[in-house]
Design a protein around this ligand. Structure first.
Ligand code: ADP
Ligand code: MG
Length: 250
């Protein structure tokens, strides 16, 4: 009997191969990512760290197909998004990934429950009110379902954004400083949710953070400097992370 090797495409939720991203032209040209290769396996949680301006957000945006790489190959759930036509890319994004933005990006005119239901509606899924409420209850916002973003604190808005990103049960969740605006109790809740997504549902999480303690909850930490990956630590302690980061920022 032979044991079938799972296709390569199914082992990694996201892969970047030699990815470069430049902004601007001429003397204003900035190379935000410089020949970055990194893979994010299913059922794993990777933290991305590095000094301000090192390319962390750009890495997430490109990996998620929200921004276009200048060169290199990017695979999302095994599909090459650098060659996919727009329509295919949009459908693939809606099916496979969730994104939590640094500045929440909630829709101001919609209530918390409408914001959470939106990606499900866009993906053509029948939305049950109960599921939406369950998602908001999980982030501790059962009593805020009818509130609009301006009626919520920063931390509460971030938790709505997280519930929204998780609603479609994406293969991969990209989160840009998801705990940056949270008090320490909410941050712990959010990190616990991410851990469960990975351990219990086999989802993939890629998270930018400045907090060594948060990064230490991940399975691996990659370090960016000037648009390049300069190190990768597997299951580091918070102290290891802080030390590595200090040497990059120093
Ligand atoms: P980080 O998230 O690590 O702070 P970013 O990925 O936001 O870094 O930015 C990396 C570099 O790319 C920075 O020099 C930043 O100024 C530049 N950059 C990011 N986005 C844009 C943009 N839309 N236009 C021009 N430059 C940009
Ligand atoms: Mg950033």
């Amino acid at each position: 009997m032979t044991i079938a090797t799972p296709p390569h495409a199914l082992r990694h939720s996201a892969e970047l191969h030699g990815v470069t991203k430049e902004f601007g032209t001429g003397s204003a040209r900035v190379r935000a990512l410089d020949d970055v290769s990194v893979t994010f396996p299913n059922g794993s949680w990777t933290a991305v760290m590095g000094p301000s301006g090192s390319g962390k957000s750009t890495l997430l945006h490109c990996a998620a197909g929200l921004d276009q790489a200048t060169s290199g190959r990017i695979l999302l759930a095994g599909q090459d998004i650098t060659t996919a036509p727009d329509g295919v890319l949009t459908a693939l994004r809606r099916r496979t990934m969730g994104f939590v933005f640094q500045n929440f990006n909630l829709i101001g005119s919609l209530t918390a429950e409408q914001n959470v239901a939106l990606p499900l509606r866009l993906a053509g899924t029948k939305v049950s009110r109960r599921d939406v409420h369950a998602a908001l209850a999980e982030v501790g916002l059962a009593d805020r379902t009818r509130h609009r973003p301006r009626e919520l604190s920063g931390g509460q808005q971030q938790r709505v954004a997280l519930a929204r990103a998780m609603a479609t049960r994406p293969a991969v969740l990209f989160a840009d400083e998801p705990t940056g605006a949270l008090d320490s109790a909410s941050a712990r809740t959010v990190l616990g949710m991410l851990r469960r997504m990975v351990d219990e549902s086999g989802q993939c999480v890629v998270m930018v953070t400045h907090d060594p303690a948060a990064a230490a909850r991940a399975d691996a930490v990659v370090f960016l400097s000037d648009g390049r990956i300069v190190d990768r630590l597997v299951q580091p302690s918070a102290l290891d992370v802080a030390d590595r980061l200090a040497r990059l920022e120093g």
